[in-house]
Design a protein around this ligand. Structure first.
Ligand code: ADP
Ligand code: MG
Length: 273
């Protein structure tokens, strides 16, 4: 495997609560992402997935641990905001797309870290914006106000803006949560192609364990702020492991069409429930 462009070492985040004191949101999380690699992060609601991505994006400062990005790896704090924005793009779980901009203007905002003067687009910016809009199936919406779009359309526009940044590291928090099956597969294929062809490194949060089984090179499973498992999807996605953290029953067998695990949710609760 090539040298990582992201290294997270022993990341710990505490949330201060007036009534309960300090609550541990993340507890000693370590992992890396290399060029060309898609690392997925899964785990129950409230397990710390979004907090981890916000730490990696530099929005939340960890109480302990070290984040390094780039090649060679350097502490996140060494980069200026513009350098960071050129190196990595972050798609949050929730954004504020109630902006007055059109789809095309919103996607083109992704070019701003590369523009010498904010908002002054060159021909290459316009071409790239168009290509990315086509890739994410939003080109037909180019002149629509983002505020008027469906949830899934907005999500693809914001993903398009992140891709338009042409980052080397892409941090995505549940980018397919509002997408139908076809769009999910198209988005995942696009990400895998970017990993393979442009050596993009992707860290993606998802609740969809079958998407993780199909596409993740490595999977980090979080539970109550800790790493419950970290490895290939086949190593991580075992019924014992999943039942222990989700408290419901799973059947994990072999996908009928490809060499990958298939996860089926069972309506039966485990005996202990
Ligand atoms: P996930 O994305 O896995 O659903 P989050 O990272 O959003 O989880 O949150 C993890 C846990 O930390 C949740 O229980 C959440 O309520 C708590 N949390 C996150 N940030 C804060 C904060 N600033 N203050 C108090 N609790 C927080
Ligand atoms: Mg979240």
């Amino acid at each position: 495997m090539s040298t990582p462009v992201l290294s997270a070492e022993c990341i710990t985040v505490l949330a201060r609560n007036r009534h309960q004191g300090a609550l541990t949101v993340l507890d000693g999380i370590s992992f890396t992402a290399a060029p060309g690699e898609l690392v997925m992060v899964a785990g129950p609601s409230g397990s710390g997935k979004s907090t981890l991505l916000r730490v990696l994006a530099g929005i939340v400062s960890p109480d302990a641990g070290k984040i390094q990005i780039g090649h060679p790896l350097q502490a996140l704090s060494m980069y200026t905001a513009r350098e960071r924005a050129r190196f990595m793009a972050f798609l949050p779980q929730e954004d504020n797309p109630e902006n007055p901009f059109s789809v095309q203007e919103t996607v083109m905002l992704g070019r701003s870290p590369w523009q010498p003067f904010y908002g002054i687009a060159c021909e290459q910016d316009r071409r790239l914006t168009q290509q990315v809009m086509v890739l994410l199936d939003v080109a037909q919406l180019a002149d629509r106000r983002v505020a008027s779009l469906s949830g899934g359309e907005k999500q693809r526009v914001l993903l398009a803006r992140a891709l338009c940044q042409t980052p080397q590291l892409l941090l995505l928090d549940e980018p397919t949560s509002a997408q139908d099956y076809g769009q999910q597969i198209r988005i995942m294929s696009t990400l895998i192609t970017l990993c393979t062809v442009q050596r993009l490194a992707v860290v993606m949060v998802t609740h969809d364990l079958n998407l993780a089984a199909m596409y993740a090179h490595r999977l980090l499973l979080l539970n109550q702020g800790r790493a419950a498992a970290y490895g290939t999807p086949r190593e991580v996605l075992t019924s014992t492991q999943l039942e222990a953290i989700y408290h419901c029953s799973f059947i994990v067998d072999e996908h009928p069409c490809a060499s990958m695990p298939r996860i089926t949710l069972s309506p039966l609760l485990p005996p202990s429930q």
